[in-house]
Design a protein around this ligand. Structure first.
Ligand SMILES: NC(=O)c1ccc[n+]([C@@H]2O[C@H](COP(=O)([O-])OP(=O)(O)OC[C@H]3O[C@@H](n4cnc5c(N)ncnc54)[C@H](OP(=O)(O)O)[C@@H]3O)[C@@H](O)[C@H]2O)c1
Length: 241
C-alpha cells in the first residue's frame, strides 16, 4: 500500500510512541487523524509541526466511556489505515485487582479497538485497508504483575488474527506489533526500565524508530496479515514463572 492520500487514524496519537507514528505517516504523505483524550494541546502542537498541516485532523474521545470509539470513527469519515495505539496500563497482580479497573482496561484496550476495527471493516467501499494494533510482548504468557492489562492485550491479539482471517478476501489486513520496553511509563521513569532490561536478551530498550518502522511496514506490506510481530529485543523468549 502506498500511503499517499490515504487517511490514517492513530489513536492516542498526541504523545510518545503515538506521536512518532503520526509523524512518520505524515512524512509518507498520508492524511492523519490524530486521536487524543487528555493530551489535545500536545496534539495541536504536533499537527502544527507536520508537513501539509491543513490535511490533518484532531479528534477527541475517552475510550473508557462505552460508545465513544464508535462516535469517534463516525466523525473521522473514511479511514484507510487504523492504528490502535491508545492503551491503559496499570500493573497489578490479578488476584489483587479491582473490578472497576479491570473493566476500564477492557474498555480502553479491547472493546474500543474492536469497535474501531468493526467500523473500519464496515466501510464497504474500501478497495484496500490495513489495521495495526499495538500490543505488548507479555502476550507470551502470564507475567508476575501483568494482571488484567496483559489479558486485555492477549484478547486484542486474538481479535487481530480473527479479523485477518475473516476479512482477507476483501483485501483488509490486520496485523499487530508487540513491543518490549520502549519508553518507561509516565511516573516510573527511573525504576521500570532498570528492572526490565536484564530480562531482555539485547539488554537495551527498543528504539522508537524501530517500532515505528515496524508499524509502517505492517501497514504497507500487501502480503502481511494475521502477523503479530514482537519488537522487544527478544524479551518474549524468556519463559515466565
Ligand atoms: N512504552 C512502552 O515501552 C511500551 C511497551 C509495550 C507496549 N507498549 C504499547 O505501545 C503503545 C504506545 O505506548 P505508549 O507508552 O506511548 O502509550 P501510553 O503513553 O501509555 O498511552 C498512549 C495514549 O493512550 C491514550 N489513552 C489512555 N487512556 C485512554 C482513554 N481512556 N481513552 C482514550 N485514550 C486513552 C492516551 O492519550 P491522551 O494522552 O490523549 O490521554 C495516551 O497518550 C501502547 O498500546 C502500549 O501498550 C508500549
Amino acid at each position: 500500500m502506498n500511503f499517499t492520500g490515504k487517511r490514517v487514524l492513530v489513536t492516542g496519537g498526541a504523545r510518545r510512541i503515538g506521536a512518532a507514528i503520526v509523524r512518520e505517516f505524515a512524512q509518507a504523505d498520508a492524511e492523519v487523524i490524530v486521536h487524543c483524550r487528555a493530551s489535545c494541546k500536545d496534539a495541536e502542537t504536533l499537527v502544527a509541526s507536520l508537513p501539509h498541516r491543513e490535511r490533518h485532523q484532531i479528534l477527541v474521545a475517552d475510550f473508557a466511556r462505552p460508545g465513544a470509539a464508535a462516535e469517534l470513527f463516525r466523525q473521522a469519515g473514511r479511514v484507510d489505515v487504523l492504528i490502535n495505539n491508545a492503551s491503559l496500563y496499570h500493573r497489578s497482580r490479578l488476584a489483587e485487582g479491582d473490578e472497576a479497573d479491570d473493566r476500564e482496561h477492557f474498555e480502553v484496550n479491547f472493546w474500543s479497538p474492536l469497535a474501531l476495527m468493526r467500523l473500519f471493516a464496515a466501510q464497504t467501499s474500501l478497495a484496500e485497508g490495513a489495521v495495526v494494533n499495538l500490543l505488548d510482548q507479555e502476550l507470551g504468557g502470564p507475567s508476575p504483575s501483568g494482571g488484567v492489562y496483559a489479558i486485555s492485550r492477549r484478547a486484542l491479539a486474538d481479535a487481530t488474527r480473527a479479523m485477518a482471517r475473516e476479512l482477507g478476501a476483501r483485501n483488509l489486513r490486520f496485523n499487530a506489533v508487540a513491543p518490549g520496553p520502549v519508553l518507561p511509563p509516565v511516573g516510573l521513569e527511573s525504576s521500570r526500565m532498570v528492572k526490565t532490561l536484564p530480562s531482555v536478551p539485547l539488554h537495551r530498550p527498543v528504539k522508537v524508530k524501530d517500532l515505528v518502522d515496524a508499524v509502517l511496514f505492517l501497514a504497507g506490506n500487501d502480503s502481511a496479515t494475521g502477523e503479530i510481530m514482537y519488537l522487544d529485543g527478544g524479551q518474549h523468549l524468556f519463559i515466565r514463572e
